[in-house]
Ligand binder design. Structure first.
Ligand SMILES: [Zn+2]
Length: 213
């Protein structure tokens, strides 16, 4: 038997608008095709109301309840200027770890092996996608390095083509400051993502970081 959704050339004729709306919205998320979007929508339709209300509430406060830390550009609560890491008295302010996105901060924090601060670039250089230095928080990084007393800068961009190219570019930009610039040790899967690396691998990469030449 052919599934009735698959059998219809256009669901729009048959589905009430609220259902089609949610399917369309979910379909726009990464990794979710129309099939998964339909499955999730019908799951919510059958599930207790509270599940939908909680989800709607979480979505609504996602943007309004968060903001970027004005110093490191990590995500923080909307009611504070700086994140907990930047304001944490126990953090080593002279050690700066540069990462691609907030999920990488989370991954490094989970290891429990890093006590310095971070700087979140919000992406990597990618000529193909038209992403240049001005699209990332690079000027902000250089401003910080100029203003703060930093002993070491760890470039912890992903071990991918773009991550490596971004690290090379940053090393050049940071050279005039005369501060040691290190890169996470190899051992992380090439082309992989920091956020998916297991804690031990990440800890080893952090401990084995080497000065870039
Ligand atoms: Zn911060």
């Amino acid at each position: 038997m052919v599934h009735w959704l698959a059998a219809c050339p256009s669901n729009e004729m048959l589905l009430p608008k609220p259902i089609q709306n949610l399917i369309d919205s979910l379909s726009r998320l990464p990794g979710i095709g129309p099939k998964t979007a339909s499955r999730l929508t019908f799951f919510l339709l059958r599930a207790p109301e509270i599940l939908s209300f909680d989800l709607a509430d979480a979505l609504q406060t996602l943007k309004s309840g968060t903001r970027f830390c004005r110093t490191c550009f990590n995500i923080t609560d909307a009611d504070r200027d700086e994140c907990e890491i930047c304001t944490g008295a126990e953090r080593d302010a002279a050690l700066l770890c540069v990462v691609e996105d907030p999920l990488d901060v989370l991954a490094l924090e989970r290891t429990g092996g890093y006590r310095g601060r971070y700087h979140v670039l919000h992406g990597t250089l990618s000529p193909i996608e038209g992403i240049g230095p001005e699209d990332l928080k690079i000027a902000e990084l250089l401003r910080r390095v100029r203003a703060e007393e930093i002993r070491e800068i760890i470039l912890a961009t992903n071990p991918s083509l773009e991550g490596d190219a971004t690290a090379m570019y940053l090393r050049q930009q940071l050279e005039p400051f005369g501060i040691p610039v290190t890169r996470l040790a190899r051992g992380l899967p090439v082309g992989g993502d920091l956020e998916y690396a297991d804690q031990n691998t990440l800890l080893r990469a952090l401990a084995g970081r080497q000065e870039m030449d």
